[in-house]
Design a protein around this ligand. Structure first.
Ligand code: F6R
Length: 610
């Protein structure tokens, strides 16, 4: 995790570095720091806590510097203290390093360097790199970085600033992302484009193993072996509005309300009057289930895993072959059968989640075909997969995933239909009817968003609860899990999602008059059985909050304490619609509890550690 920024040019560096770090906080916010060359001398400022703490401290000083690097951290090696905050320095305090990733052989390197007289001041793996660069430095900092990274095992994106070489920042990457940017007043380096949006007009994505020098006037890029490469520069096409709150109090609120558009954009490029198109996956259509794929796995983490689970329920019906969603961090450690007749769909908003990447590698090693379903273009997951399908949700800044989740749900449902058609499981004449609900989906999401006031009233009633239960059946069960996850993440309330029928096998013991139980009750599937589960909750004095597409039904009216009505829709799209009130509930409960909604404690949006 962690975010990196660097600037060299003619403007004051500090405000650019701090603004960039603030936009990278979704990658971690345990501690932050910058190193700048002030009148040619290295000056380092670091702080435990968020970037605004650092900015407050620096605010008291006037710093005359046009070159610098910065970092916002999510602690892995060493506690989130000031001494472990980046940048880290060599023994002489002349070389500063910021790093995203993990140097796996840092203990061995540290022992060697300490034996050679280097003095360490932190517990981080990153400080080893500063000393290793110092050890290799014979006056050319670019050469020293190249030699240092050739000894480093693991993942890194790093930026290095040297007092003896003040005109350039040296950068290198392997496994972690790094983007170089060119603007009117100078050049940038960063972990992700939002950090430099509005300041850089052109960017270059550094490739695996590359090392580069970043000067005010531009970049030079080198391969691992020192061979110079033609820089592949492209214009920035992202709208700067996407990283502003646009009048909302939090990014999460904005992103929840963007869902009609996020889902609409994702769907729009896929559906046409008589079918669903995924032209990037042409090769999958040739493989009928008999001669081709024998099984499908969907691998993912967290919220993306809930999208994968929903697809498991939908695809096993559509495709008629074994489909299994597997938590990515478990996939590599299990002896799950993988062979050339295996199709793996890796679902990830960021495309950087290391657990999902590792699962993908294990699948590929077994001969599987891997398709990445990602929201971020040009991610590591995309590069390591046979093909990539994008969700078009736009940049998501809030740490808790919202619009990317519903975009994943919609994309996976359509992909399921596409495969079912290609493999002869759906007749061509039936496709139009299958697709129709997707055309109506953005408007229906907007209708559900219109229920926000009712959800606020619920939040006001229950925000002091210490526990919540979420129950559902079938393809809404993963949505119950997602509702519980959202609430846990941002409100810190203990919440659990259960298949409604499973409640009587244990969780029912938790129910008393203080327990709000959110039940997703669709008339499309097992409605009467879900009603029985509601009866069981009421019999134990639990409080039932029913979310239902059958709100006029006498039984649910009688049994529920509160009802949120959902527009009646075809089964394939209801997971999207039932998600919306759960996101709104989590959001408003968190706001009422006064938590840091966009940057909840201990979390980072992009998890690049196993
Ligand atoms: C929850 C959340 C996380 C991510 C998970 C996977 O709100 O955002 O659970 O879903 O870390 O991240 P990606 O999708 O980037 O692979």
């Amino acid at each position: 995790m962690c975010g990196i920024i660097g600037y060299v040019g003619t403007e004051a560096a500090v405000p650019l570095l701090l603004a960039g770090l603030q936009r990278l906080e979704y990658r971690g916010y345990d501690s932050a720091g910058i190193a700048v060359l002030e009148n040619g001398k290295m000056a380092v400022f670091r702080r435990a806590g968020k970037v605004e703490e650092l900015a407050r401290e620096i605010g008291r000083e006037t710093i005359d510097a046009c070159v610098g690097i910065g970092h916002t951290r999510w602690a892995t090696h060493g506690a989130p203290t000031e001494e472990n905050a980046h940048p880290h320095l060599d023994c002489n305090g002349k070389i500063a390093v910021v790093h995203n990733g993990i140097i796996e052989n840092f203990r061995a390197l540290k022992e060697r360097l300490a034996a050679a007289g280097h003095v360490f001041r932190s517990q981080t793996d990153t400080e080893t790199l500063a000393h290793l660069i110092e050890e290799h430095n014979r006056g050319d900092i670019l050469a020293a970085v190249r030699l240092a990274v050739s000894e480093a095992e693991g993942a890194y994106a790093l930026a290095v600033l040297s007092e003896d070489d003040p005109e350039r920042i040296i950068v290198a990457r392997k496994g972690s992302p790094l983007v170089l940017g060119k603007g009117k007043t100078g050049s940038f380096v960063c972990s992700d484009i939002p950090a430099i949006l509005g300041n850089a007009s052109d960017v270059l994505f550094l490739a695996e193993g590359e090392v580069a020098e970043v000067r005010s006037t531009g970049f030079r890029v080198f391969s691992r072996d020192g061979e110079e490469r033609e820089p592949k520069i492209r214009p920035v096409t992202i709208d700067p509005f996407s990283i502003q709150k646009g009048g909302y109090k939090h990014f999460m609120a904005k992103e929840i309300h963007e869902q009609p558009r996020a889902v609409g954009e994702t769907i729009r490029e896929r559906i046409h009057p008589d079918g669903v198109g995924f032209p990037e996956l042409g090769f999958l259509g040739d493989q009928s289930t008999e001669a081709g794929f024998a099984r499908v796995y969907l691998v993912a983490c967290g919220t993306a895993y809930h999208a994968a689970m929903t697809a498991e329920y939908q695809w096993e019906t559509l495709l008629g072959l074994p489909v299994q969603a597997v938590i990515a961090s478990e996939f590599r450690h299990r002896d799950i059968p993988v062979d050339p007749r295996t199709l793996v769909i890796a679902v990830s908003q960021s495309g950087e989640t290391i657990d999902t990447l590792v699962a993908t590698r294990r699948a590929k090693a077994g001969g599987a075909k891997v398709v990445a379903l990602v929201n971020t273009v040009n991610s590591a997951l995309e590069r390591e997969s046979d093909a990539a399908v994008y969700t078009r949700a736009g940049i998501e800044v809030g740490v808790a995933a919202t619009k990317t989740f519903t975009a994943q749900l919609a994309a996976l449902s359509l992909l399921g239909l596409c495969l079912a058609r290609a493999w002869g499981k759906i007749l061509p004449q039936d496709m139009a009817e299958r697709i129709a609900p997707f055309e109506l989906l953005p408007a229906r999401i907007a209708t559900v968003l219109g229920l926000e006031k009712q959800v606020v009233q619920l939040a006001e009633k229950f925000y002091t609860a210490s526990d919540f239960l979420f129950l559902a059946r079938g393809s809404l069960y993963p949505i119950a899990l997602e509702g519980a996850l959202k609430l846990k993440e941002i409100s810190y309330i203990h919440a659990e999602g259960y298949p409604a029928g499973e409640m009587k096998h244990g969780p029912i013991a938790l129910i008393d008059e203080r327990m709000p139980v959110v039940v997703l009750a669709t008339k499309r599937s097992a409605y009467n059985k879900t009603l029985s589960n509601i009866e069981e909750v009421r019999a134990r004095n639990g409080i039932v909050i029913a979310i239902t597409d059958h709100p006029d039904d006498e039984a649910i009216l009688r049994l529920s304490n509160h009802i949120i009505p959902i527009p009646d829709s075809e089964e394939i799209v209801i997971p999207v619609l039932y998600t919306i009130p759960l996101q709104l509930l989590a959001y408003h409960v968190a706001v009422l509890r006064g938590t840091d909604v966009d940057q909840p404690r201990n979390l980072a949006k992009t998890v690049t550690v196993e």
